[in-house]
Design a protein around this ligand. Structure first.
Ligand SMILES: C[S@@+](CC[C@H](N)C(=O)[O-])C[C@H]1O[C@@H](n2cnc3c(N)ncnc32)[C@H](O)[C@@H]1O
Length: 392
């Protein structure tokens, strides 16, 4: 039986397990819509779409260059009358050749349009969002600084299941997470901005859910810079939190906790989750995994969850916050998440991705967890899975 209720401004689906797979099929039928229906295109439209894909990397760089050199801003300043390529070249001290070349590329992809005089260019609505929308800017910076160069090695990454693109950052790192604290600021900051733009948006929605049963202890696994631990400690004065992460990553988190004078209630534990011998502290009230499981392959996820199940007590709850592409309301959100998987393949680990919720639920069940709630549409694009130890 599946009971649907509305709760805490999000959608809460309370699940009563009858038999595993049938239950998941039912959930998907009820909750999810087909974000990518089959399309009947003419051959003309199909070959046109194919050219957009064939030129996508070049157009991406042309538009980013127009944004970063100030060309989009010049177009916006000129409003509806527009500005000529020469006007932009003079204002920005860039060659007329360069400005014309970029504007023509922008015209072809709908970022700029011709003004009524036929000589000047104006910023389109798409261009406006490329210039001003924070999410678009963060996605573009992340794709440029973190992903672009390494994506060249995607085929090698697919074949070897190793993050073959990571070598563009110099030293031979096992995964991006070892590399991250050591990368140049521009690159590193684009990653942090991307990661936290999304998870930050969900934190205010999840705090009331996690604290509804007044937990006393929490393990924040994959704490990163400590943002959630700090928010949680500020939300509830009684909670004791332990942050878990790789050694170098934890140093930032510890500093941030100290800056907030929360070191009496937020502690740290260095641990490599890929070490199957590593164990977690016992009987915490909450085991919190936010945007963590997407960093690992399915076998690794099951291993991490099994090690959590091993130490859970009767009152322990596991909360998994993830961005599942199948649970999105908008095609563009699913599009962005699905393509973020390519970052995980080429740059991050070679075997991780933005999972379909069915895959995550299956990992939870295999590991010995019982799913009791799913909360959808938290923050920009998150789903929260609430799980207990399966004693049956
Ligand atoms: C995508 S971030 C999520 C950060 C944060 N929880 C959030 O909600 O934004 C994943 C975190 O997992 C950590 N991590 C990745 N691989 C790890 C490993 N093998 N052992 C321990 N931590 C790891 C990373 O360092 C990073 O802080």
């Amino acid at each position: 039986m599946i009971r649907l209720t509305d709760s805490m401004s999000s959608h809460c689906y309370v699940l009563h397990k009858v038999n595993g797979t049938a239950m998941l099929d039912n959930i998907n039928k009820i909750v999810l819509k087909n974000l990518f229906p089959r399309k009947k295109l003419s051959a003309y439209d199909a070959i046109s779409e194919a050219q957009k894909i064939a030129y996508a990397p070049l157009i991406f760089q042309a538009v980013r260059t127009m944004r970063d050199l100030g060309i989009l801003a010049q177009l916006e300043k000129a409003k509806d009358n527009g500005v000529t390529p020469g006007g932009i070249a003079d204002a920005l001290d860039i060659s007329l050749y360069g400005v014309e070349t970029l504007l023509e590329s922008g015209l072809s992809c709908g970022v700029v349009e011709m003004a009524d005089d036929g000589d000047s260019f104006v910023l389109s609505k798409v261009g406006y969002f490329l210039l001003h929308d924070p999410m678009t800017r963060i996605n573009m910076d992340y794709n440029h600084y973190i992903c672009y160069l390494g994506m060249y090695n995607l085929d090698e990454a697919i074949k070897t299941q190793k993050p073959a693109g990571l070598r563009v950052f110099g030293k031979k790192w096992a995964t991006l997470y070892q590399a991250l604290p050591h990368l140049p600021d521009t690159i590193k900051n684009s990653w942090y901005a991307f990661d936290h733009f999304y998870s930050d948006s969900a934190y205010p929605d999840v705090l009331p859910i996690i604290f509804k049963n007044q937990p006393g202890t929490m393990l924040d696994i994959g704490a990163n810079v400590g943002k959630f631990s700090i928010l949680a400690a500020q939300y509830d004065q009684n909670i004791q939190i332990t942050m878990v992460d790789l050694h170098d990553q934890l140093q930032n988190a510890i500093k941030n906790v100290n800056d907030e004078a929360l070191d009496q209630r937020i502690h740290s534990l260095m641990l490599d989750l890929l070490d199957e011998k590593s164990t977690f502290p016992k009987e915490m009230d909450v085991y919190w995994l936010s945007q963590l499981l997407s960093c690992f392959g399915k076998d690794e996820i099951i291993s991490i969850l099994m090690r959590i199940v091993d130490v859970m007590g009767e009152n322990s709850t596991v909360y998994i916050l993830e961005t599942c592409w199948d649970r999105q309301q908008h095609e563009s959100a699913a599009y962005s998440l699905i393509n973020t998987s390519l970052y995980f393949t080429a740059m991050a680990s070679g075997n991780s991705k933005m999972y379909h919720s069915k895959d995550l639920i299956a990992c939870c069940e295999t590991a010995g967890l019982r799913l009791i709630n799913i909360f959808d549409h938290l923050g920009i694009c998150h789903t929260l899975f609430e799980c207990k130890k399966n004693n049956s």
